[in-house]
Design a protein around this ligand. Structure first.
Ligand code: FE2
Ligand code: FE2
Length: 171
């Protein structure tokens, strides 16, 4: 997992807040996916003996637990997506207000990443399999945070220092 504390802080506080939220969302998602992964692997390694019949109540409890985990993952994916929409909207608003010269390229990159995130989300809606869990865990722990760090140290740094130099507020 990428540690937000190790990423450079920008001149605009609202951007730092949004970035922290994005790292928190991704970390929470990763923790839950790992839990789901462990659960599925445990079930594979230690399958219930077929001869032992479970009571209906026990079966219902197991179904509820896995249902609740999959609902929690769905909620976290939704939260990451909604928080990212807000994060990008706030930056784009700021670019407009300050006539930031490179806003077209920056907004295009935001758009690309939102589409990518929506695709990842739709994988989960289509299929909660082991391979989807593994794929999303890699997205939450590695691909998305690494993209974010790279974006912060490049496009966002340029934006924040431009706005800061042109009298933008830091909160
Ligand atoms: Fe950002
Ligand atoms: Fe950005």
């Amino acid at each position: 997992m990428v540690d937000f504390g190790c990423t450079p802080q920008l001149d605009l506080e609202f951007m730092n807040r949004e970035h922290r939220k994005a790292f928190d969302d991704a970390n929470a998602l990763k923790i839950l996916l790992d839990k789901a992964l462990k659960c599925r692997l445990d079930n594979r390694l230690n399958p219930q003996p077929e001869k032992v019949l479970e009571s209906e109540v026990e079966v219902q409890i197991k179904a509820d637990l896995s249902e609740s985990d999959s609902v929690k993952i769905e909620r976290l994916l939704q939260r990451l997506l909604l928080d990212t929409v807000t994060h990008f909207e706030l930056e784009e608003q700021c670019m407009e207000e300050h006539c930031f010269p490179a806003r077209a390229e920056h907004c295009q990159e935001h758009q690309r990443v939102l589409q990518w995130m929506a695709q990842e989300h739709s994988l989960w809606i289509a299929d909660c399999s082991l391979s989807t869990i593994t794929h999303l865990s890699d997205y939450a722990a590695d691909k998305f945070p690494n993209w974010l760090v790279n974006h912060i140290v490049t496009m966002d740094t340029v934006l924040a220092s431009y706005v800061h130099r042109h009298g933008g507020r830091s909160h």
